[in-house]
Design a protein around this ligand. Structure first.
Ligand code: PMV
Length: 330
């Protein structure tokens, strides 16, 4: 069997991964916790050329053939899989995201999770999800968390084998929603890959890392008790702490747009003024993720859509881990 197709969900981090202790292995400075998304996923088919005729890997993303420069990260990841299987074969890789690029949903998380699982399955490499999580981590730290469904913690560990994600609870544990408010007038996203290397240049990094252990504890407790009012304040605090590190690194990373701030202020107004149980978090971009219980989502969506700077809203439920599909994209 040299072909396999896998669908993997993206994830939204409640406590973020920002900064690396080991940049070659992608070992992070702290643990992180996320929710895997059901409605924002990547589907990837990997077909290995066992004949050896193919000279380079071929990568088609959302119907567009990618240049060698844009395929570099993928080829480096396939090199790791080739090394494990002891083969030199090149591969055809076709991927499709069900969410738009620049939507503020991490395509590297779902992309490298799907690529890892499909690539290994097509090579006949038998690996458990923990091993696959370590492999996915090599190319995108957040992808390590997408190897499991529901609520997931990536334990930083100290080596390639033990820096892996562990499942905390399945997707059915808590019916949360992630509403991504896509901000208009967006500039090109600065890649997070380079950002992780800059974290150490921020004078605020140590402050965040000193506190993150307590915040992780709080998030674990909030998820266990399905308590949105316990989860919310700490995810906002950590997102603001991560962006403070980003803004104060050299060079400074400023991901926010005016619309980002409009949404943050609106969320606080809705909560404090109207008692709406909704909280924000922000990844490496200007778009804002609003986290709330399922029953609050329609009201949050209506209010978000009425804001001047919100271009569109993408809603996702908690989702499963990667799934092998019978139908291939090639
Ligand atoms: O996995 P990367 O290298 O794309 O980094 C992800 C960084 C954040 O999305 C900002 C935080 C996180 O933990 O997902």
């Amino acid at each position: 069997m040299s072909i396999a197709t896998v669908r993997a969900g993206s994830n939204i981090a409640f406590i973020k991964y920002w900064g690396v202790a080991d940049e070659t292995l992608n070992i992070p400075l702290s643990n992180s916790i996320s929710m895997t998304l059901a409605d924002a996923h990547t589907t990837t088919t990997v077909a290995w050329d066992e004949t050896g005729a193919l000279q380079t890997d071929i990568f088609v993303l959302d119907g567009v053939a990618q240049s060698p420069a844009r395929s570099q990260r993928l080829t480096r990841h396939l090199d790791i899989l080739r090394g494990l299987a002891g083969v030199m074969w090149r591969a055809w890789v076709t991927s499709r995201n069900n969410f738009p690029t620049a939507s503020g949903i991490a395509s590297s998380a779902s992309g490298f999770a799907a690529l890892t699982v499909a690539g290994c399955a097509a090579l006949g490499l038998e690996m458990d999800p923990t091993r696959l999580s370590a492999l996915a981590r090599r190319s995108s730290g957040s992808a390590s968390r997408s190897l499991f469904g529901g609520f997931v913690e990536w334990e930083k560990g100290s080596s390639d084998a033990d820096s892996v994600a562990v499942p905390l609870y399945g997707p059915e544990h808590w019916d949360l929603r992630d509403l991504v408010a896509v901000v208009s007038g967006e500039e090109k996203k600065l890649s997070s890959a380079g950002g992780h290397l800059l974290a150490k240049s921020s004078p605020l990094l140590n402050g965040r890392i000193t506190h993150v252990g307590g915040w992780l504890e709080e998030v674990r407790g909030a998820i266990a008790g399905r308590d949105i009012h316990r989860l919310g304040p700490v995810i906002e605090l950590d997102a603001l702490a991560m962006h403070s590190v980003m803004m104060t690194s050299s060079p400074s990373l400023l991901y926010w747009q005016p619309g980002t701030l409009e949404i943050l202020q609106a969320v606080r107004r809705w909560r404090q003024g109207d008692g709406l149980a909704v909280y924000f978090t922000i990844d490496a971009g200007p778009n804002v993720h609003l986290i709330c219980a399922a029953e609050s989502a329609p009201e949050v969506e209506t209010r978000l859509s009425a804001l001047r700077s919100v271009e569109r809203v993408i809603i996702s439920r908690p989702g499963p881990g990667p799934q092998l599909l019978d139908e291939h994209l090639i």
